[in-house]
Design a protein around this ligand. Structure first.
Ligand code: SF4
Length: 224
């Protein structure tokens, strides 16, 4: 895939990092929504230190959660949703453990996760792909969506939900979970560097000659 090859030439290979178990990845995903990676990692470690092995997290009060996760962008929402999601998993499965999803088909696992409070398709996909489950599913975040719209891989009004399935179908059939994860990482790097929301640097972008947006860009462009 030309886009993937170009981005890998520019950004290199995704650095290996320790994987979280899927339950921890779910928490990390919720803390990461619209929040810088550095902040969400710090808050995640603080929360895990306060609730070792996540014991008691399901009973955490809003005030306790707020004190621990107040730095993330959607703190008010996730101070409620995180304990509720943990409660739901415990009541449905007997423990806060998502290892049972290992042999589930990806679509069923995504649907199950998306029924939890505060869990959308991006968090569900990250829980399956980034964690020790390493399932073959593409994670699409706002960077990836913006770039896919500009490249016209998806329509201008496509949502993350629409784009996730459309973009996944465009990837090579022989890619494994690791290749999917690297593709997400490369697109995110592009979105953080050249293809930013407010000022895409099309002149320097490694995808410049592949991208319709760079040639058709109006003087006062639309922010996607
Ligand atoms: S050429 Fe411009 S719009 Fe297209 S991907 Fe690169 S930075 Fe984004």
């Amino acid at each position: 895939m030309a886009v993937h090859r170009r981005l890998r030439q520019t950004f290199g290979r995704r650095p290996e990092a320790p994987r979280l178990d899927p339950a921890s990845q779910l928490i990390h995903g919720m803390l990461s929504v619209r929040t810088r990676g550095e902040t969400s990692r710090k808050v995640f470690l603080r929360l895990r230190q306060r609730f070792p092995e996540w014991q008691g997290l399901e009973q955490a009060s809003f005030e306790t959660m707020w004190e621990l996760i107040g730095e993330i962008t959607l703190a008010e929402k996730y101070a409620l949703h995180i304990p509720r999601a943990v409660q739901n998993i415990i009541s449905l499965r007997g423990a806060f453990d998502l290892g049972f999803l290992w042999d589930w088909p990806v679509d069923s696992a995504l649907q199950w996760l998306e029924r939890l409070p505060g869990v959308g398709v991006k968090i569900a996909a990250a829980t399956l792909n980034f964690s020790t489950l390493q399932k073959r599913v593409l994670v699409v975040d706002t960077h990836h969506l913006r770039i896919a719209r500009r490249l016209k891989f998806v329509g201008p009004l496509a949502s993350i939900e629409d784009a996730s399935s459309l973009l996944e179908r465009q990837l090579p059939a022989d890619w494994d979970a690791g290749a999917f994860e690297e593709h997400h990482w490369l697109m995110k790097r592009l979105g953080q560097s050249f293809c930013t929301a407010r000022g895409p640097a099309c002149g320097q972008c490694p995808l410049g000659d592949l991208c319709a947006y760079s040639t058709m860009r109006p003087l006062k462009h639309t922010v996607l």
